[in-house]
Design a protein around this ligand. Sequence first.
Ligand SMILES: Nc1ncnc2c1ncn2[C@@H]1O[C@H](COP(=O)(O)OP(=O)(O)O)[C@@H](O)[C@H]1O
Ligand SMILES: O=C(O)C[C@@H](O)[C@H](O)C(=O)COP(=O)(O)O
Length: 325
Amino acid sequence: MNYTFNIDKEFDLIAIGRACIDLNANEYNRPMEETMTFTKYVGGSPANVAIGSAKLGLKVGFIGKLADDQHGRFIERYMREAGVDTSNMVIDQEGHKTGLAFTEIKSPEECSILMYRDNVADLHLAPSEVDEEYLKKSKILLVSGTALAKSPSREAVLKAVSLAKRNDVKVVFELDYRPYTWNSIEETSVYYSLVAEQSDILIGTRDEYDVMENTEKGTNEETVGNLFKHSSDLVVIKHGVEGSYAYAKSGKVFKAKSYKTKVLKTFGAGDSYASAFLYALVRGKGIESALKFGSASASIVVSKHSSSEAMPVAEEIEGLIAERV
Ligand SMILES: Nc1ncnc2c1ncn2[C@@H]1O[C@H](COP(=O)(O)OP(=O)(O)O)[C@@H](O)[C@H]1O
Ligand SMILES: O=C(O)C[C@@H](O)[C@H](O)C(=O)COP(=O)(O)O
């Protein structure tokens, strides 16, 4: 089953939200307290998705705010060289900082992220910095849930969503829930529900949908039943290594297994999944195939050290899918 986009648009995808720095532990299987060296990469979920999709060949743009410092300049250059259009990345003029994510790899299954996100530039993106003329050129607006955590970024995203709806741009909501950015689950649930109801496509883990619904143990059937009362017509629910489902409004349900690999760390799975899933969907490969693309890309990235730099090219994904038929 195919998903259709407006083919007259110049950009395939424009992401909105944070572009930050990941500092990934060089020493494996050690707690953070004993980790002495880290490698720097561009990070931030929507930046990772933008980089991943651009590497696969989509025409990608980004709306976000960068710190006016060495880190901000590193991020802009890296993304531009990765093929992302950075013309709508705004440079902060008020001394806000770049968000940092230190990763801990205690074991392949036990990974965590220590985030430094006080006073970060990305959450200071203002509604006036979201340009309708730019956004309307895209097939997809990719919204990262974390960008809803604080004003003025929250209002900037709400404006982008309403401009997307006015201009035949599909809204894809990547729930991307990061607890430390929010005051409470109640607050998250309010803003997640607001954007979910206006989104065409949603991508999240089962746990993230539970946060959105402010519930402990929701079911996929209840989740999609509620979402299909609104704008959504495709809902992807990921269950980690157990695999993932896509529910279409027509009633069709698709399932994909994950691809076994030698896991180095678990982070990066969600972002690589989203970039390859959307690539396949935009290229008209069908929903079932898009799930396989997402899963295969995630499998490749969890076996590597970074999230952004490790994003695969299409041939690597196709090779893995063909090998595991
Ligand atoms: N250990 C793993 N080995 C291989 N693939 C994995 C593994 N963990 C996750 N994946 C793949 O990555 C996808 C997203 O992972 P998940 O953990 O659900 O998302 P997130 O990283 O957003 O929390 C899964 O649907 C699966 O295909
Ligand atoms: O999103 C962030 O700010 C941190 C990411 O850059 C980091 O690489 C990561 O956590 C990715 O994990 P994922 O969301 O599971 O793909």
